[in-house]
Write a protein that binds this ligand. Structure first.
Ligand code: F6P
Length: 362
């Protein structure tokens, strides 16, 4: 029996990452096989506030093979402004959720596919409940902190970028007898730092889940010097802190707060304690842009196809996920309950310790 024709809305929400275009393409291609229509919503759920909502008709002619290789998202996205408490230009806070729900209804779509991190997926689930419309979540974030999935779109590329940075820092560190600090993103999860640190041969990896003591870090580096090596590589997650300290935040234009800059603080302390030349690289948004890795493209393809299959099967309000080498799905409600940090005695932490890498706590 032919599948009844459907019209599906899709949007990307939260910070961008590599692989978003690849997943949009996969959804459009699989929907086209079923003769379904896909409507792209622009700028995350914010595109639903404008009247008419800002959208882009997505058919196979819009998603050529170039698109899956490109970073960013053709739909645009935003990680500013919770619709339930939206900061208005006059300084007031307004709940715009009903405007978004009505915007979605005006599109006359049967379901929404939301591609987002834990925060965005939580917001989209709340909107879907308020508007009583079906939703499918697709996890994406370089931070890899979405629960109930082993990986999210964008993480593999970010780890590859951070690992390449260490590959590039190592020879220059060795040539100049320097200690190189690499600050990476990841918000409150240390997955990028830990995995890139191990893959890139770091001597010290500091992650938010394990408070560090700068004296332990300095002792480890002094030991390396004593053994005759003239350089060291230190990877620092943006949200690291000492036991008593707090993470470093900066206020940006418009009052937004973001993490960043702790690498410079730690770099100055290490230079002082080790009496050695120390340089700091803050990798920043380089981790989010650029071509998606092969693995991110594969995961994006599997997630996109599965999201459409779930709607076809009437299995709604689910999040696609990666588990044991295959694509699965889990209740979206459960996936957004908490975020997934590095397990303090998990396999990656034990691997790092087993290699003699200092994690700052000893
Ligand atoms: O969540 C992804 C992420 O890149 C975090 O790792 C980082 O803390 C944050 O977004 C940066 O956000 P923005 O793009 O607003 O600077």
């Amino acid at each position: 029996m032919p599948t009844p024709a459907k019209r599906i809305a899709i949007l990307t929400s939260g910070g961008d990452c590599a692989g978003l275009n690849a997943v949009i393409r996969a959804v459009v291609l699989h929907a086209a096989e079923l003769n379904w229509e896909i409507v792209g919503v622009m700028s995350g759920a914010h595109g639903l506030i404008s009247r008419p909502p800002q959208t882009m008709a997505l058919d196979v002619t819009k998603v050529d093979t170039v698109m899956m290789r490109q970073g960013g998202t053709i739909l645009g996205t935003t990680n500013k402004g919770d619709p339930f408490a939206y900061p208005m230009p006059d300084g007031s806070i307004k709940n715009l959720s009903q405007d978004m729900v009505e915007g979605f209804r005006s599109l006359k779509c049967d379901a929404l596919i939301g591609i987002g991190g834990d925060g965005s997926l939580d917001i989209l689930l709340h909107l879907a409940k308020q508007g009583n419309f079906p939703i499918i979540g697709i996890p994406k974030t370089i931070d890899n902190d979405v629960c109930l999935t082993e990986t999210s779109i964008g993480f593999d590329t970010a780890v590859a970028v951070a690992t390449e940075a260490l590959d590039r820092l190592q020879p220059t560190a060795a040539s100049h007898d320097r200690i190189m600090i690499l600050e990476v993103m990841g918000r409150d999860a240390g997955h990028i730092a830990l995995e890139a640190g191990i893959a890139g041969g770091a001597d010290v990896i500091l992650i938010p889940e394990i408070p560090y003591d700068i004296q332990n870090v300095a002792n480890h580096i002094k030991d390396i010097h004593k053994k005759g090596r003239n350089f060291a590589l230190v990877v620092v997650s943006e949200a690291v802190r000492t036991q008593e300290g707090s993470k470093m935040m900066n206020e940006l234009y418009g009052g937004q707060k973001r993490m960043g800059g702790i690498g410079h603080v730690i770099g100055a302390q290490i230079a002082d304690l080790c009496q050695a030349e120390t340089r700091v690289t803050v990798l920043g948004h380089v981790q989010r842009g650029g071509q998606p890795s092969a693995q991110d493209r594969l995961i994006a393809a599997a997630f996109g196809v599965h999201a459409v299959e779930l709607i076809k099967a009437g299995k709604l309000n689910r999040m696609v996920a990666w588990s044991n080498r295959k694509v699965v799905d889990v209740p979206l409600e459960d996936a957004v309950k908490r975020n997934q940090q590095v397990e303090k005695d998990g396999s990656m932490v034990r691997t790092a310790r087993g290699l003699g890498i200092c994690l700052g706590d000893a």
